[in-house]
Design a protein around this ligand. Structure first.
Ligand code: AMP
Length: 112
């Protein structure tokens, strides 16, 4: 069971900001911006590269909820970044798909 599956199962505590039947969102333990929330599917898809056509509903929901959560956290006006790290070169560290919502400060581009 991955770390994030343990958070879904409430075996590990997290600062949860949103939950429904398909996704869970919680504050990142090591925030890289004033707002740093992770949105994860409850289905244990390891990474976006391993998502399948049947996952289209959960993936669409993940993005739409990320947008709603960003709005609820006050990021609509100044903007926010959504990021998915896939694999070693991207710095993926937990093998359970997660969408980072980052906001509350100006971001640089390209990312490091
Ligand atoms: P990534 O590097 O894209 O795989 O992102 C994994 C993220 O999970 C990192 O930003 C970590 O800070 C975060 N993280 C690791 N453990 C926890 C935890 N127990 N609760 C909340 N966030 C976590």
């Amino acid at each position: 069971m991955t770390l994030f599956e343990k958070i879904i199962a409430r075996e590990i505590p997290a600062d949860i900001v949103y939950e429904d039947e398909l996704v869970l969102a919680f504050n990142d333990i090591n925030p890289q911006a004033p707002v740093h929330v992770l949105v994860i599917p409850k289905k244990p898809i390891p990474r976006i590269a391993e998502a399948e056509p049947d996952d289209h509903q959960v993936l669409g929901h993940l993005l739409l909820k990320a947008k709603d959560i960003a709005g609820d956290l006050g990021l609509q006006k100044n903007g926010f970044r959504l990021a998915i790290n896939n694999g070693k070169d991207a710095g993926e560290s937990v093998p359970h798909l997660h969408l980072h919502i980052l906001g509350g400060r100006a971001m640089t581009w390209p990312p490091g």
